[in-house]
Design a protein around this ligand. Sequence first.
Ligand SMILES: Cc1cc2nc3c(=O)[nH]c(=O)nc-3n(C[C@H](O)[C@H](O)[C@H](O)COP(=O)(O)OP(=O)(O)OC[C@H]3O[C@@H](n4cnc5c(N)ncnc54)[C@H](O)[C@@H]3O)c2cc1C
Length: 397
Amino acid sequence: MGKYEHLYVAIEHEEGKPIPVSLEMLGEARRLMDDYNRRYSASEKVVAVVLGHGVRRLCEELLFYGADAVIYADSPELVHPRNLVDTKVISSIATDRNLVLKFSPGSADFVKPRYMFFAADNIGRQLSSTVMAELESGLASDINKLVISDLEIKHEHKTKGQAMVYERTLEMYRPDFSGFLWTTILCLDNRNPAIARDYHPQACSIIPGVFAPIERDESRKGVIVDYSPTFDPQDLKVRVLSRTIVKSRVDFDSKKAIVSFGRGIKDSPEADIRLAADLARELGAEVGVSLPISKKPFPVSESISSEYMTPDRVIGTSGRKVTPLLYVAAGISGAMHHLAGMKESEFVVAINPDEGAPIKDECDVFIRGRMEDVIPALIEELRATKPAAAKEVAARK
Ligand SMILES: Cc1cc2nc3c(=O)[nH]c(=O)nc-3n(C[C@H](O)[C@H](O)[C@H](O)COP(=O)(O)OP(=O)(O)OC[C@H]3O[C@@H](n4cnc5c(N)ncnc54)[C@H](O)[C@@H]3O)c2cc1C
C-alpha cells in the first residue's frame, strides 16, 4: 500500500438530496476503480465525501450508488456551501489517515487520495481549485472523459529528458476550442531530481450530464465514517444571513418545445432574436440560448437584452439540461458544452447555413440556410397549417 490511494468524490446535495452530477461522478468512479482494482490486483476504494447537517441518510444512499465508503462532516455550519469553510473541511478529510484506516485497514502509509473528483458546476469549479491549492496538487477542469493507464513520458523538465513510465495515471480529457478539439491533461510528479516533487491527488472537475450513474442497488454495503470538523473564527467569517431561492421566469420544464438561438444572430441581432421569439410564440415554446449569448456579445435594445440574453436561458453544461419534445437550434454550431444540455431532446431541428457544423450530427432535421430566411418561412407555414389543424380537431369532436 502506498502514500496515495483511493478515489475521493466531493458530493454536492440540496438539503440531503444528491444533485445528479454527484451520482454521475460516483458511477464513473465505480467503473474506473473496478477496472483499476482488476488490472493492478488492488483493492482501492471509491470514497464519497459529504458536508452538511443531518446528512446520514444521504450517506447510505451514496453506498447504493457505488461508494465503498462515505466520510461525512455534520455540522450546522455546513448547511449551506461556503467555499472557505468547505475547503478547509474537505482538505482535512483528504489528509486524515485515521479516517482511511476505518475502511481500509491496510492504508497505514496513506498521505493523500490518489484521485479526486468534483462537479464542474458553480460550486464545484471554485471548490476544486481551492481544495487542490490547499492539497498542493494540480487540477483539470471541465472533464468529460477519463482513462487510467500506464504512460511512457519523456519531458524536458518533468523527467529531465529521460523516458519514464508513469503508472496508474489519470488521463483527463476536456473539450477545448469551443468544444471542437480534445485536450488530454495529466497531473504528473516531477521526477527530475532538481525539481522533484509529487502531485497528488490527480484531480478534476467533471461536466454534469456526461457520465451515467450506476443502477441504485440497496444490497450494496460500505462503511460510513463520521468526521468531526473544528472551526476557527477565521473560517466562519463569511456568514449566510438569509437565503432565498429565486424562481426563474424561464420555464423549460413544462413547455414541450424550446427554440434556442446562438451566435448565428450576429448579422442582425435584434431582428434575429425577435424572429426566434416569434417562432417560440407560434410553437408555444420557451426560448433558450447558447452560453456566449448570455455574455451579451452583440448590441441590442435593453428590453431584448434583459429578456433574452440572460444566464437563466443558457442550455448546456454551464446552464440547464433540457429534454423537450422539440428542440430548435437556430444559429448554434453544436459545441460539446451545448450538446450536453439538449442531446436528450426528443426531436431536434437545426437551422444553420454551414453543413459542417457539428449540430448536423445531432439533429433529426437539418435546415441548411440562414435563420433570417428560414424562420419567417416556418412561421408562415405554421400559421397556415394551424387553422387547418384546429378545424381537423374540431371535426373529429
Ligand atoms: C467551460 C466551458 C463551459 C461552457 N458551457 C457552455 C454551455 O453551457 N452552453 C453553451 O452553449 N456553450 C458553452 N460553452 C461554450 C461552447 O464551447 C461554445 O463556444 C458555444 O456553445 C458556441 O456557441 P454558438 O453555437 O452560439 O456559437 P458559434 O460556435 O459561433 O456558432 C454559431 C453558428 O451559427 C451559424 N450561423 C452563422 N450565421 C447564421 C445565420 N444567419 N443563421 C443561422 N445560423 C448561422 C454558424 O454557421 C455557426 O455554426 C462553454 C465553454 C467552456 C469552455
